[in-house]
Design a protein around this ligand. Sequence first.
Ligand code: NOJ
Length: 553
Amino acid sequence: MTSTETQVSRSGDPTDADWWRQAVVYQIYPRSFADSNGDGVGDLPGIISRVPYLTSLGIDAVWLSPFYPSALADGGYDVDDYRDVDPRLGTLSDFDDLVAALHGAGIKLIVDIVPNHTSNLHTWFQEALAAGPGSAARDRYIFRDGAGPDGSEPPSDWDSVFGGSAWAQTPDGQWYLHLFAAEQPDLNWDNSEVRDDFLTTLRFWSDRGVDGFRVDVAHALVKDLTEPLPSKTVLPRQSESLGAHPLWDREGVHEIYREWRKVLNSYDPPRSAVAEAFVPAARRARYASADGLGQAFNFDLLQADWDFGKFRQVIEENLALAEENGSSSTWVFSNHDVVRHATRYGLPRDPEGLWQDGKAWLLSNGTEPTVDVEQGLRRARAAVLLMLALPGSAYLYQGEELGLQEVGELPAASLQDPAYFRSKGAEKGRDGCRVPLPWTIGGLSFGFGSGGSHLLQPTWFGGYSVEAQESDPTSTLTLYRKALAVRRGLQTNAGLEWIDGVEWSLHFTRPGGWQSVTNFGAAPIELPEGAVVLSSAPLDGDKLPTDTTAWLI
Ligand code: NOJ
């Protein structure tokens, strides 16, 4: 962006260093948002063409999932080149146009950065393969000789997150570590070239005008690979390791983020960052500290059952933690890794501990429970009103504003997720939440583009389209638009006050007389005093029905 272009933030202050603290951030998974050239894959010009839609929604910022050159072994989280745009998605000049279009509309832009691993097609990895054992090129990654008399066994029995061994063998016999897919070799963050290069990448995008970064698997970069490597049978549980696990959440990672923070703070206003770190709540503050990334995702509500006690505990805990370290809390129900929450809330209660173990994104293939679509949507609408009334920033995932359901019926031959392949089809993976958005009621690819769609859209998609909901006062799209508009006028940095009284409900107030009350129970409850400004479902006379949130002033 050039210095002559206006960059007016929605708060009216483009220099606001704290814009992210209470922001509503909308995640765009670029290949599935809008396709401008009819090749079936969403692209940057497609996003630009939908900026008026983003404006009408009333969001503060876009988080753009990876748009870098990639062979798509993991939906773009296998990056070939961190400082370019995938030609199927556009060019660097399109990227500059996107920044200008968003900023012109008062919307900030956060981009995804993937520091734990490159793709196997990245120049560095190709160099490492060619250079052979013991070379400087191999030191940028984690190569080891194999175990067993002839080195034909992996160096350890560790599993990758997507299933199968975390080690892959190269033609010369050495093995490399990949915590995710084999096409995602882990970088060696003890290597200074690796550290320097990511600082260059942060500057590259910051110079182009991005406002912040979402840091992928922020808790994995630093590892203790002291020999002999321990067997997985003696590794502590990740969630209980408190910094003692050799692979996850090690203290050393914060030294890296302190370096990043210096770079981010060298911009005016400082660039923001949010960590994707699957760590226990008590360890999250380390990632969200002011001299670190500043903010960290909290997936606790996403993983909570639809239960008022659990919701309250999660909210209290996270608000207290955010206050302790001077950050602001984050809230999220859906993203590109999990079953859409309008579907999750329609599943039978806690199917096999699916939500608690953090694997909500892995509905087992062929054994899906029946989804109660009506209940799912009703609860999703109630949940989002509750979330948007909380202090902190809210992260929305494209399509949730349409009440979109997970697509469970994707043909096996069209699946793309490495989790599906590496589990040998036992897990369905995450493609069902990544199906391109429906913009129109009919037409080829429901207005996604003039060609097809890289993941098959089901026939029922048209009913959820923007066109179908645009002028319907009761639609989920209308609910989101109204809620974001009301929130904009009321949201502050201040905390909340609980009002106890009615069982099975959560009721709190915010400054300005803003009240939010959610009925998690089976029977309607009395509404508190005040004028209802918005409700997630029609009221039952003067009562709040089950699975409904109302805002009052
Ligand atoms: C987290 C991302 O959200 C997910 O989509 C990806 O597969 C892994 N990190 C690996 O990069």
